[in-house]
Design a binder for this molecule. Structure first.
Ligand code: HDD
Length: 739
């Protein structure tokens, strides 16, 4: 063996006289403690709280850098050359391995739902579903590990979180009886009735094929061309022109399984159900202006919000509920066809009955391994839960595995750690790209005698998947849909009627914006015709904003599939009061002012399960509290409410102001970046509070005694009132305000 000239560099802290030790571990072992130079770089929550213990703090395991074959490396910065200035040698295995692996690091993004964020958690059954469903994970007190991924639909992986879009809400339940995936959205109805149309709607919504713009937007001609021609899409489109298209947070969204599923109980009796997720924090949205500003200020807003909340201990939770319908031959309920995925059943007709609770409590430690590689499939079912003949669902049952074969590089993606069932797996699937298993035995077939007849088939009492003996409707083979799918407008009308005035304003603004971005007048005209068929007021108002004539309706107004319900209260988001956990509270301070109460205030915000973010002219600490944002990095859209503890009235530095109002009469000479924060929070109907020296800026920039403006003796008193205002999310009285 040729001796090396250099000895390996000793690890920090080890006496250099010690020779390279043979006892050094070469096997991966637990994560190393952070090195001194890594301490300051540890990720922190905005509160300055320690990251959760689950969060891995080092990228690698083991001590020495090795090749993929475990051989230790002395150098990874220089390629092997023929002379220092000579060409690189082909024999450099480490170079080739490093570059080759890098070249193949990316996998195709999801064809839809490419942009997402996920978390681990637990589902606990209430036992209340027992009379209709025998699935073990729904039993009282049964806890099942889950992984939930939220997503936008249209944008690419790197697109902004706050685009106007439908949101995906997919949950993998790793149950003892096999994995169950509930692959849901935040809107209870879908664009299309038959899965064969899915490529059409997606091609129409994706960027134009010639210039590949616009990214993550529906505000363009091809989208409105399609939905105005394909009127079954109108109902879904109305929902996401409403506030549900721009959620405040993944934590504040409902989820819907959309399709009707068939459940069976221990006696083999079946029922039809629709699944609902109800968020503990209520359903809340951004304003359109906030969503647009966030696209620039923080394109990762929803992703950050979810992981920060989990890290700060504000674990988001949802109740799983079901609407239950009799499994009748017509598969319909109160005149609503349960197989039509463009229809929902108003909760007034069938209440949502809670059956369990989902809590997300752990962030993924590696985005690619978990969030990117997770593979959901509506066909992943467990005993007690089955599909129906909904023609959208039927096509989905084909599409998911098919796309994953390409996206995850072959048929063995179920072996990836995030996709592995937690129930014992004993399949006879063999070989193929990416095979990780080393199966024993010689007989991966049935029947066999060579492997002792294993594996055996489950008997009646062994809890196997069941093919329910459901009657198949008689008929001829044909490419048609049932006549009960023909009504495209009456449920959209029900949705519109159920909106409060401010929600209606938002919908009108959204249509006006989106259609205003189209180039083709004929598309606008055709969409106005669809709106006229939904509701005259909606059409007239959008037509007025576009400066176009409003057409009259061309279909009869009442065609019955609204189940006879005039308005449905749960469709509106503006009701009730909700917990404020994880809300972001910006606190503007003047480091030169009186900050004696700041530490206590900061602690009070944390104690109320919210996130305080101190905003100061420059970084560092103020009165023992870390500065979370400087005037340069703070954006109003990050905060749910703003507190003004003390506000420098003039700019602390001599940079020219970018605020056109600065120094102008009425601006009160408020530091311009603080002035902008206050103005935007005012315009977005957020609660704003001030006390002491903070009052001057508040009074200079907001209407005296305005709704949602809280002035008090001290920070704690003001915080209490602000939190009560936050329980209804926004100061709704302040609309309309041109947002
Ligand atoms: Fe889908 C992904 C939800 C109809 C084909 N879908 C996907 C995801 C969600 C949904 C949440 C992302 C899962 C994740 O986070 O990895 N999709 C829905 C809902 C639908 C629906 C609620 C209607 C009720 N989907 C639908 C149809 C088709 C697809 C009709 C095809 C005919 N969906 C896919 C897909 C995706 C997908 C192409 C992309 C990536 C993937 O599956 O794994 O197969």
């Amino acid at each position: 063996m040729v001796p090396t000239k250099k000895t390996p560099t000793p690890a920090p802290g080890r006496p250099s006289s010690r020779p390279p030790s043979l006892e050094e571990p070469t096997e991966p072992r637990g994560p190393l403690p952070p090195k001194p130079d890594q301490e300051g770089a540890q990720p922190r929550t905005p509160t300055g709280a320690e990251p959760s213990p689950e969060r891995r703090t080092t990228a690698q395991q083991g001590e020495f850098l090795t090749t993929s074959q475990g051989a230790r490396l002395r150098d990874t910065d220089h390629s092997l050359k023929a002379g220092r200035r000579g060409p690189v040698l082909l024999q450099d295995h480490h170079l080739r391995e490093k570059i080759t692996h890098f070249d193949h690091e990316r996998i195709p993004e999801r064809v839809v739902h490419a942009r997402g964020a996920a978390a681990h958690g637990v589902f606990e059954g209430y036992g209340t579903a027992e009379s209709v469903c025998r699935a073990g994970f729904l039993a009282k007190g049964k806890r099942t590990e889950v992984f939930t991924r939220f997503s936008t639909v249209v944008g690419s992986r790197g697109s902004m979180d706050t685009a106007r879009d439908t949101r995906g809400f997919a949950t993998k339940f790793y149950t003892d009886e096999g994995t169950f995936d509930l692959v849901a959205n935040n809107i209870p109805v879908f664009f299309i009735q038959d899965g064969i149309k899915f490529p059409d709607v997606v091609h129409a919504a994706k960027p134009h094929p010639d210039r590949e713009i616009p990214q993550a937007q529906s505000a363009h001609d091809t989208f409105w061309d399609f939905v105005s021609l394909h009127t079954e899409a109108q109902h879904h489109t109305l929902w996401f022109m409403g506030d549900r298209g721009i959620p405040r947070s993944f934590r504040m969204m409902e989820g819907f399984g959309i399709h009707t599923f068939r459940l069976s109980n221990a006696e083999g009796e079946t029922s039809l159900v629709k699944f609902h997720w109800k968020p503990t924090l209520g359903v809340h949205s951004l304003t359109w202006e906030e969503a647009q500003l966030l696209g620039g200020a923080d394109p990762d807003f929803h992703r950050r919000d979810l992981s920060d909340a989990i890290e700060a201990g504000a674990h988001p939770s949802w109740e799983l509920g079901i609407q239950v319908f009799p499994d009748n031959e017509e598969q319909s309920f109160e005149g609503i066809d349960l197989l039509d995925p463009t229809k929902f059943v108003p909760e007034e007709l069938a209440p949502v009955q809670p059956i369990g609770r989902l809590t997300l409590n752990r962030n993924p430690s590696n985005y690619f391994a978990e969030t990117e590689q997770v593979a959901f499939n509506p066909g992943h079912l467990v005993p007690g839960i089955d599909v129906t003949d909904d023609p959208l669902l039927q096509v989905r049952l084909f599409s998911y595995v098919d796309t994953q074969l390409t996206r995850l590089g072959g048929p063995n993606f179920a072996q990836l750690p995030i996709n592995r069932a937690h129930a014992p797996v004993n399949d006879m699937l063999r070989d193929g790209y990416g095979q990780q298993a080393d199966p024993a035995g010689v007989a991966p077939y049935r029947p066999n005698s060579l492997d002792g007849g294993c594996p055996f088939l489950a008997g009646e009492r062994d809890g196997a998947l069941e093919d329910l003996p459901v009657r198949v409707p008689e008929g001829v083979k044909e490419r048609e849909l049932s006549a009960t799918f023909e009504d495209h407008f009456s449920q959209a009308r029900l949705f519109w009627r159920s909106m409060t005035p401010v929600e209606k304003d938002h919908i009108v603004d959204a249509y006006s914006f989106e259609l205003g971005k189209c180039y083709e007048n004929t598309i606008r005209e055709r969409q106005l015709q669809c709106l006229a068929n939904i509701d005259e007021e909606l059409c007239t108002r959008v037509a007025a904003a576009l400066g176009m004539p409003a057409p009259g309706p061309t279909v009869p107004a009442d065609d019955g599939s609204d189940g006879g319900v005039a308005t449905s209260a749960p469709l509106s988001q503006l009701r009730g009061s909700w917990p404020t956990d994880g809300r972001m509270i910006g606190i503007v301070v003047d480091p030169e002012g009186d900050n004696s109460g700041l530490l206590d205030l900061h602690e009070a915000v944390v104690a109320a399960s919210m996130t305080p973010v101190v905003i100061a002219p420059r970084g560092g600490e103020v009165a023992g509290v870390p500065v979370g944002r400087t005037f340069g990095t703070a954006a109003s859209v990050e905060f749910d409410a703003l507190l003004l503890a003390g506000t420098p009235l003039t700019a602390p530095d001599s940079r020219p102001s970018v605020d056109p109002k600065a120094g102008a009469p009425g601006s009160g000479d408020v530091e311009p970046r603080v002035g902008k924060l206050i103005d935007e929070c005012w315009r977005h109907a957020k609660a704003i509070g001030a006390w002491g020296e903070g009052r001057a800026a508040l009074e200079a920039r907001t209407a005296p005694g305005g709704a949602g403006i809280v002035v008090g003796e001290d920070g704690q008193t003001v915080l209490g009132e602000i939190q009560s205002l936050l329980e209804s999310h926004r100061v709704w009285e302040r609309f309309p305000a041109g947002t």
